[in-house]
Design a protein around this ligand. Structure first.
Ligand code: UDP
Length: 307
């Protein structure tokens, strides 16, 4: 964002994030559930746009703690949206998810596809999309909704990357297993209706995702209509294919065991849309599986934010 000429102001409660990852612009600690704090920060900076990334995002956790997901994600987002409108900030970029589509085997997932989420995480994100539509109709808040597929990779210079505690995402877990930081990767389900029996996802490099957000802001600044865009490449990789690629990149065996399905997981989530390329001019050039695993591995070897 800084490179594109913007000053990003980061608002985060640091519940899962890291202040060390805030490299550019001011940092304000706060919670989306704290409306007074939000109002204070809007008043202090008078931002021209909001980019809303903050959410709980683990499919498995959302199945056992749905209340937490509805409260944090939906109530928190509603607070943020209301604070933006109150501060007359009329441009909103929202991180939604392919999990809003749910399990739709053999259906090409484009933005007009019906949304039938099968987990509370996806349902909470769909609800926020609905709130944005209502707020545009009533208050003129314009939005770009990005439905992310599976985000992977890291900053190629390895200064910023993915680090969750506990880690639940596939690629960092595979790399942990390679590095001996955990015993073995567990493959969640080998009996899915896919060629090798494991789930298929469409992975997109975080740097390409960043580029899409710059294009999203440009879209809104040009007064174009509110719009939904899938951010995926259209190529699916099974869990086993990701594991194989990690073995190639690291040149090491990946210890793994075959386990049960994880409740809430869709069989296959792959974008079937060219809308982001055609309308935004988005080119996800860095999103090859090899590049994503290479960049994640480079980042992983720095030891990141571990104390
Ligand atoms: N997965 C797995 N073992 C793990 C973590 C994830 O087999 O320890 C699978 C998971 O079932 C899904 C894919 O890897 O099919 C991607 O999962 P992740 O949690 O990274 O992202 P999600 O698709 O849930 O957003």
């Amino acid at each position: 964002m800084r490179a594109a000429g913007y000053t990003p102001i980061t608002y985060d409660n640091l519940s899962t994030g890291w202040q060390e990852a805030v490299k550019f612009g001011p940092f304000e600690q706060g919670d989306l559930l704290d409306r007074a704090r939000l109002d204070e920060v809007f008043a202090a900076y008078q931002p021209s746009a909001v980019m809303h990334f903050a959410a709980l995002s683990q499919v498995g956790e959302s199945m056992v703690k749905p209340g937490l997901y509805w409260h944090n994600n939906v109530t928190g987002s509603l607070n943020l949206i209301e604070a933006a409108v109150a501060a007359n900030c009329q441009n909103f970029v929202f991180s939604s998810t392919c999990a809003t589509y749910g399990d739709q085997d053999n259906v090409v997932l484009d933005e007009d596809c019906a949304q039938h989420p099968i987990n509370a995480y996806g349902a909470s994100k769909r609800a926020i999309e609905d709130i944005l539509r209502d707020f545009e109709a009533a208050h003129g808040l314009r939005h770009v909704i990005f439905r992310y597929f599976n985000v992977a990779g890291a900053d190629p210079e390895a200064e910023v990357g993915e680090f969750h505690q506990p880690e639940t995402h596939l690629i960092p877990l595979v790399l942990d297993a390679v590095a001996g930081k955990r015993d073995a990767l567990t493959i969640f389900g080998t009996d899915y209706d896919t060629p090798d029996g494991t789930c298929i996802r469409d992975y997109v490099h975080v740097m390409d995702l960043v580029e899409a957000h710059v294009l999203g802001l440009k879209w809104l600044s040009e007064d174009k209509q509110s719009r939904v865009f899938n951010l995926g490449t259209g190529t699916g990789f099974s869990v086993r294919e990701v594991v194989d690629q990690a073995g190639h990149v690291t040149n090491a065996p990946v210890p793994m065991i075959e386990g049960d399905r994880r409740p809430g997981d869709c069989t296959r989530l792959v974008s079937g849309s060219l809308r982001a390329s055609q309308e935004l001019g988005w080119r996800p050039d860095r999103s090859t599986m090899k590049q994503m695993v290479q960049d994640a591995w480079r980042w992983h070897q720095t030891g990141h934010y571990e104390k």
